[in-house]
Design a protein around this ligand. Structure first.
Ligand code: DGL
Length: 271
């Protein structure tokens, strides 16, 4: 079991930021990544729909014999984590609790900003996670739905992206937050622009890194791969594997070598 891979999924390509953080921190571990590119984006979809998608993906990952599952997508974590944990025989981790913990540890003035998709912000999942840790925190949230398409276009330091970020971040700047949680898979790629707009004194919390650390703790409870493990990494998508490979290179700096095409419906029909 300990040589089994870790399952990672996202609505699409953005979760590669989480996959990369996991591979960097845990180089002995194998991974199987599924990007639901046929149904991305999850951000504007209803909680029920996102929960259904997430359950279907969990079922597929379990057939790949993963030993743990990481929900790399903030929106799927926000809507579906409890559901998935209730039905999964292996540990399921989301990105929200680790991000919230890091934010609480980092703030000095007890004002924390959160940016994410419309679904993540509307769910209130980050606010709940933060307040569960520190009930006296002031939490300022802002949905930034336009940022995902800008990142997928590769416009990471483009003037148009900067204008949109400046507009979105007004409430966070006026709210005086000293920590900003990047509550979406795509936002770590916008760190230079976000720092430029928020200023050097605002700490950016990258959930990808914190989630990899949390996974390391969970695996430490008897699930870690042995020192001589020869890790493998599989990439899969539910549509347009060519685009996955090319846009994926924005996220991981290199094109994933082979991307498998997975049809979740067919898989359900035969399993
Ligand atoms: N992966 C999503 C998230 O982290 C962003 C893209 C989408 O809307 O599906 O919330």
């Amino acid at each position: 079991m300990s040589t089994a891979p870790i399952g990672i999924f996202d609505s699409g390509i953005g979760g590669l930021t989480v996959a990369r953080a996991i591979q960097d921190l845990l180089p002995r571990e194998s991974t199987v990544y599924l990007g639901d590119t046929a149904r991305v984006p999850y951000g504007p979809k209803s909680p029920e729909t996102v929960r259904r998608y997430a359950r279907e993906i969990l079922e597929w990952l379990l057939t790949q014999e993963v030993k743990a599952v990481v929900v790399a997508c903030n929106t799927a974590t926000a809507h579906a984590l409890d559901d998935l944990r209730a039905i999964s025989p292996v540990p399921v981790l989301g990105v929200i609790e680790p991000g919230a913990r890091a934010a609480v540890a980092a703030t000095r003035n007890d004002r924390v900003g959160v940016i994410g998709t419309a679904g993540t912000v509307a769910s209130g999942a980050y606010r709940r996670a933060l307040l569960a840790l520190r009930p006296d925190l002031e939490v300022v949230q802002q949905a930034c739905p336009l940022l995902v398409p800008f990142v997928e276009e590769g416009w990471l330091v483009h003037p148009a992206t900067r204008m949109v970020i400046e507009e979105y971040l007004v409430p966070l700047r006026t709210g005086g937050v000293d920590v900003l949680v990047l509550g979406c898979t795509h936002y770590p790629l916008l760190k230079p622009l976000l720092t430029h707009v928020m200023g050097q004194n605002v700490r950016l919390i990258d959930s990808a890194l914190e989630t990899a650390r949390e996974l390391s703790r969970v695996l430490g409870e008897g699930l870690a791969a042995p020192a001589d493990n020869q890790p493998f990494h599989r990439w899969a998508a539910t549509d347009d594997v060519a685009r996955f490979a090319s846009v994926g290179s924005i996220f991981v700096g290199q094109t994933p070598a082979v991307v498998e095409l997975v049809n979740l419906k067919e898989h359900r029909a035969v399993s």
